[in-house]
Design a protein around this ligand. Structure first.
Ligand code: ADP
Ligand code: ASP
Ligand code: MG
Length: 417
């Protein structure tokens, strides 16, 4: 007997038929004698609709009320799945975040889980009851509902798995695992059997939204055995109930991966914007004067490029922010203009960041050079570059996104097994 957390994303609970299909996946594990907690997302498209309603109500809304609205999608699916399970004879009940409780910090709209009391869940497992938990939500220190940021149900699931010491956390979605790149963009993408935590962290934070970044961090820290797998298969197909090797991708320590490739995957993030400050004074404190106020305004700055000045007096600084934050960033910078002391400010939206990720890069030279050559051959201009030990990120014009992803995917032979 094992203890398993099963998470189902939006497309997996999109309507009553899909919810009944989820109930069959749950039944398979219950019939095998396992203790099961299920975490559900809202029906696909629901959270977007709820978010747009809050914007419609007021563009500058109270984040606590935003959370009260957007958390409701998961309340609906948790109740519906509990009913569907009861209907097929399974003892189940729904749980909202505040009932467990899942305690979070006060950052409404992007809250972090601080603590989960798993004792009630564990006691009910002992009584043979399945817990159906609303993902994406918890209870803030102000005693109000707090949501975990978009895609946050993944994080709910991994955090619950850590809290109840589950043997496994299965993230069910509309693809059957983690691929070498988004299979919607590159049909030749291949499913990976295993991905190292560090690589998955990079892939998620560089745009592969198959897992929320925070869920990967938690899985890594708490050593939660996490699988990404599909709910769009026959729940009773052979091997689906395999305890140690279920079909899908295992996110694990790099030591568990025997044959490590140099490059594991390609990720992309759309809607990046570039801001350039021209002719800044080249003196200590300038970077702090720029990035301090942006950080205070909670603007996420990503790639930063500073030119070496020609004569030691003036320099240029270029960096990227999400397109949605451009107007806010321009205002913050204009307000701080006297302190920063720049000549002109320029900006460009609609850019895309394409990234090459792989732990094997640590010990291989020439990975970046191959990327630059391949992009040049396709006539794709590079606007900025950043690298770390295990990734290279390249900023390009939006319309070239798909071509760049496919080009890099084939340059590293990822389309060949
Ligand atoms: P859910 O609603 O189940 O949480 P998401 O839409 O958040 O599902 O994540 C699944 C999607 O992630 C897939 O449909 C796929 O298009 C996308 N995706 C992006 N990069 C990858 C990748 N490297 N491997 C698998 N899926 C990816
Ligand atoms: N429903 C939420 C969202 O769309 C959380 C999730 O699906 O993980 O962001
Ligand atoms: Mg998701």
């Amino acid at each position: 007997m094992a203890r398993i957390v099963m998470k189902f994303g939006g497309t997996s609970v999109a309507d009553m038929d899909r919810i009944r299909n989820v109930a069959r996946h749950v039944k398979r594990e219950v019939d095998a004698g396992h203790e099961v907690a299920v975490v559900v997302s809202a029906m696909s498209g629901k959270t977007n609709e709820l978010v747009s309603w809050t914007r419609d109500a007021s563009p500058m809304h109270d984040a606590r009320e935003y959370d009260a609205v957007v958390a409701s999608g998961e309340q609906v699916t948790s109740g519906l799945l509990a009913i569907a399970l009861q209907h097929i004879g399974i003892n189940a009940r729904s749980w909202q975040g505040w009932q467990i409780p899942i305690r979070t910090d006060n950052a409404h709209g992007a809250a972090r889980i601080l603590e989960i009391d798993g004792s009630d869940l564990i006691r009910r497992f002992g009584e043979g009851q399945v817990a159906v938990i609303a993902g994406f939500q918890g209870l803030g220190p102000d005693n109000r509902i707090a949501t975990l940021g978009r895609g946050g149900s993944d994080t709910s699931a991994v955090a619950i798995a850590a809290a109840v010491k589950a043997d496994r956390c299965d993230i069910y979605t509309d693809v059957d695992g983690v691929y070498t790149t988004d299979p919607r963009i590159e049909p030749k993408a291949r499913r990976l059997k295993k991905v190292a935590f560090e690589e998955m962290l990079e892939m998620a934070s560089l745009g592969a939204k198959v897992l929320q970044v925070r869920s990967v961090e938690l899985a890594m820290v708490h050593k939660v055995r996490t699988f990404v797998r599909s709910s769009f298969v026959d729940p009773d197909a052979p091997g689906m109930g395999d305890l140690l090797n279920p079909p899908g991708t295992l996110i694990c320590d790099e030591e568990e991966i025997v044959e490590q490739e140099v490059v594991t995957g390609i990720a992309y993030a759309k809607d990046e914007a570039q801001i350039s400050l021209r002719r800044l004074a080249d003196r200590p404190g300038v970077s702090a004067a720029i990035f301090g106020p942006l950080a205070e305004a909670h603007i996420n700055v990503d790639m930063i490029v500073q030119n070496i000045s020609e004569d030691g007096s003036k320099t240029d600084m270029t960096f990227t922010v999400p397109s949605t934050d451009v107007d806010k960033a321009l205002k913050v910078l204009s307000d701080a203009r006297d302190k920063i002391g720049f000549d002109v400010i320029q900006n460009e939206s609609g850019l895309v960041k394409v990234s090459v990720i792989g732990i094997g890069m640590r010990s291989h030279a020439g990975v970046a050079a191959s990327a630059f050559r391949a992009l040049a051959e396709k006539g794709i201009n590079i606007k900025a570059i950043t690298t770390s030990e295990i990734k290279i990120s390249i900023l390009i014009d939006g319309p070239y996104a798909e071509l760049a992803v496919r080009t890099l995917h084939s340059v590293y032979g990822l389309d060949k097994s």
